[in-house]
Design a protein around this ligand. Structure first.
Ligand code: SF4
Length: 409
């Protein structure tokens, strides 16, 4: 989502006649697009701002945008007096007007934006989140949900395809909650319509929510040839009591039901999830329930995190962070080892099979790579293919991180 926001701001700047500088030393303006989802990401912002103190001169501008803006507001400028502007996400016009007043003597001709569109193009369909998971800072820093009208999303996707994109990724903090403010339907309808755009070879969407995902969406995924068979579906815990304390709004059985239905319709579904260990009050037995769920679900990828309290969240402000750090570490290491084994088996199942790869670029050895329909990275050996081509690849090697193979006869 931050990448999509950065791209949107970059396009505003290019359209106004600015150019991307080759490096910081030759730049007049530095803009930090920030993430505060974890304390570590927030700390990174502060350390970057400290570094920029050396770079700052009266002719240079430092702006900060992204999630930190709602969290810290103008207070950021009290702490970092060398920051010139604090820019709320998506509200770029006043900032552009200030820049114009400062730099109009240096402006170039607006650049055509079409050259920036890559093979894969992100499109925000919802900003913000109406949930209130007790560990999460996102609703506070991104605000309540704002849904982009379906005709606008479709027009952005068509435009991206006209400029060379072959894949679009529909983004939302909780993308399953999407509904067209004009009454055109929810995510299933949107995915179906985007999937019918001529020239588009793949449609992905993220991130899903087990409470809001509609079964109709699974049917659309199964029936629409260009839609990826991939679900980014965070479960967060395998224990109902912990899920309740997290205010996730579903029980583990609901998660099982969705995955069961999805795998009936798409047996090779790529299943990706997020899990937090050491949530306040998490007992050994509750942790073991998460471990059992990992074994049962056989996820392709699990993004594991140790709970860390975020000020401004319900859990962070009201509950003791009572699982000791060493215990959190033990739990996460245990799950990491288990998932490594599972991921090894999951990827090995592709060996000897032919997969459809949308080529995105070349790796450091010059070999084309892309993803299969299930979201797995695939390297194509001994082949000349161009980004944007859809090729059939016979898988010869598998490691947890990627597959590799040759173009199938
Ligand atoms: S649904 Fe996701 S973004 Fe929204 S509050 Fe919960 S974890 Fe945060």
């Amino acid at each position: 989502m931050n990448l999509a926001d950065s791209e949107s701001l970059a396009r505003h700047l290019l359209a106004a006649g600015y150019r991307e500088a080759p490096d910081l030393e030759r730049a007049d303006i530095a803009i930090l697009n920030t993430c505060v989802v974890r304390q570590a990401s927030e700390d990174k912002v502060y350390s970057k701002l400290h570094e920029l103190r050396q770079w700052k001169t009266p002719d240079r501008t430092i702006a900060v945008t992204g999630c930190i803006v709602r969290k810290e507001g103008e207070g950021l400028r009290d702490r970092f007096r060398h920051v010139d502007a604090v820019v709320p996400i998506g509200e770029y016009q006043p900032f552009l007007a200030d820049l114009e007043a400062r730099y109009d003597y240096a402006m170039g001709e607006p650049l055509p934006l079409s050259g920036r569109t890559g093979i894969s193009h992100y499109v925000n369909v919802i900003q913000g989140c109406d949930h209130n998971c007790t560990f999460c800072i996102v609703p506070k820093v991104r605000g309540r949900e704002v849904h982009v009208p379906m005709p606008v999303v479709l027009s952005q996707c068509r435009q991206a395809v006209a400029e060379g994109a072959r894949e679009v990724v529909l983004l939302g903090q909780n993308v399953d909650d999407y509904h067209d403010p004009g009454g055109g339907g929810g995510l299933a309808a949107l995915v179906r319509d985007v999937g019918s755009i001529h020239g588009l070879k793949r449609v992905r969407f993220m991130t899903s929510h087990p409470q809001d995902l509609e079964i109709e969406l699974l049917q659309v995924m199964a029936e629409t040839p260009v839609v990826a068979h991939e679900l980014q579906l965070p479960v967060q815990s395998g224990d109902d009591v912990v899920l309740k304390r997290m205010a996730r709004g579903y029980k583990v059985d609901r998660y099982r039901e969705i995955v069961g239905r999805a795998r009936t319709l798409m047996p090779d579904l790529g299943l990706y999830t997020d899990i937090i260990v050491g949530f306040p009050g998490e007992t050994e037995e509750q942790f073991l329930n998460t471990r059992r769920l990992l074994e049962e679900m056989q996820f392709d990828v699990v993004h594991l995190a140790q709970y860390s309290p975020r000020p401004g969240t319900h859990a962070g402000d009201r509950w003791a962070d009572d699982v000791p750090v060493e215990e959190k570490r033990r739990r996460i290491n245990d799950l990491l080892a288990l998932q490594r084994e599972i991921a090894g088996r999951r990827t090995a199942r592709w060996i000897g099979r032919t997969v459809e790869v949308l080529v995105e670029g070349a790796d450091e050895l010059g070999r084309p790579y892309g993803r299969n329909r299930q979201g797995k990275r695939v390297v194509v050996k001994r082949a000349r293919t161009q980004p944007g081509e859809l090729v059939s690849v016979l898988v010869e090697e598998a490691s947890p991180g990627q597959l590799a193979g040759s173009v199938a006869a």
